[in-house]
Design a protein around this ligand. Structure first.
Ligand SMILES: Nc1nc2c(ncn2[C@@H]2O[C@H](COP(=O)(O)OP(=O)(O)O)[C@@H](O)[C@H]2O)c(=O)[nH]1
Ligand SMILES: [Mg+2]
Ligand SMILES: [Zn+2]
Length: 358
């Protein structure tokens, strides 16, 4: 157990052993949860299933998942990109893949919810309607970043467990609240989502040639926060994902080859990450989209990927986005997350490429 855990909501350090155990009442307010005299482990553990830990670090008291600090320094993964880049759909697809017990087992991983209520609600309200019923996700409200989901991940090859929290940041919020994104001070790794529809000339004649402004905002802020604004590299792993690749396929050889003969098992095979990164780098450079390479250039360790969260364009009826085929079919969304896991130590170096052999 770590002594102190950095709260990603307010950035204060929480003395984990001392942090008060609470539950949330019907109004969402924290109420202390105390062990009754003589209460045995079975009952106490049961009552603690939905428990949180209180962070009294300043401002409104807020809570962290009950086991957030139980496994060493938690991993905080943020998803960055301008509004409508495809962050929420990509994250939902990634978390859907991480809930695939069989695939995870082939990597030696056991994955579960850290905050069980939040995890179940996210799967039920977001991931399943998206993957099973083909319902698009509503736009992320412009509000401070919140935990989208928090997972407990155990690697049975290394015997290590991790708490992993995911943050989905509203693009509008980031643009207007430059100074108010505290979770960046606690972030351990980032997923940068490149939206090809914003790159001039790729899917339409309009678009930008200078890159996604939110990338620069986040990179500069992290450089400041870490006190490394003078150095060349940021000590932060990053996966840069060229999303919405369904809109690019069939025109672009460098993209197509990653979707053509790739079986679902190939996604578990990390040995191709370097080659995919080279192709994605070559693709963006050759299409005057070097601006989107900023995270790759500035982060000390980074990978580049091609992915599609929906597999095809959604159709809109009565204000609701639906899949024309009844379900969305994400492709290559797991690999960027696995690459990040490898960079963060969740997957050991010996896990790289192991899935393909299983
Ligand atoms: N064609 C296509 N559209 C996508 C994909 N992912 C997201 N979109 C669309 O892009 C829009 C914005 O997606 P969203 O995830 O809400 O973006 P966010 O604001 O970055 O969270 C929505 O209309 C989605 O249907 C994809 O993989 N392919
Ligand atoms: Mg969103
Ligand atoms: Zn806090």
């Amino acid at each position: 157990m770590t002594d102190h855990v950095r709260c990603p909501i307010c950035l204060s350090t929480v003395d984990w052993a001392q942090a008060e155990t609470v539950t949330l009442n019907a109004d969402g307010r924290p109420e202390p949860l105390v062990r009754l005299p003589g209460e045995d482990d079975v009952r106490w553990n049961h009552r603690r299933l939905d428990a949180y830990r209180l962070c009294a670090g300043g401002g409104e008291p807020h809570v962290l998942p009950g086991r957030y600090g139980d496994f060493g320094e938690p991993l905080v993964i943020g998803v960055v990109g301008e509004s409508a880049a495809g962050k929420s759909h990509l994250l939902a697809a990634m978390l859907g893949m991480l809930s695939d017990v069989d695939r995870m087992a082939r990597l030696g991983l056991v994955v579960g919810g850290l905050d069980l209520k939040l995890h179940q609600r996210y799967l039920k309200d977001v991931v399943r309607p998206f993957l099973d019923q083909g319902l698009g996700l509503a736009g992320t409200p412009a509000q401070p970043p919140e935990f989208t989901d928090a997972l407990w991940i155990h690697n049975s090859n290394t015997g290590r467990s991790f708490a992993v929290a995911f943050f989905d940041v509203s693009g509008e919020w980031l643009a207007d609240h430059d100074a108010e994104v505290p979770f960046l001070g606690a972030v351990s790794a980032l997923v940068f989502v490149v939206d090809p529809t914003r790159i001039r000339g790729l899917t339409a004649t309009g678009g930008s040639v200078t890159g996604d402004p939110s990338f620069g905002v986040v990179l500069d802020k992290i450089a400041r926060l870490r006190g490394v604004d003078g150095s060349q590299f940021l000590p932060l792993p990053a996966a840069v994902v060229i999303g919405k690749c369904d809109l690019l396929r069939h025109h672009e050889n460098l993209v197509d080859r990653w979707f053509q003969n790739a079986s679902p098992d190939e996604e578990l095979h990390l040995a191709t990450v370097e080659e995919e990164s080279e192709d994605a780098y070559a693709f963006l450079s050759s299409r005057d989209a070097r601006g989107w390479l900023a995270p790759f250039v500035r982060c000390a360790r980074s990978t580049l990927h091609f992915a599609t969260a929906t597999g095809h364009k959604a159709v809109e009826a009565d204000g609701v986005q639906r899949s024309p085929h009844g379900s969305f079919a994400p492709r290559r969304t797991l690999k960027p997350m696995l690459a990040l896991f490898a960079m963060c130590g969740v997957l050991g170096p010996t896990d790289l490429g192991q899935g393909a052999a299983g």
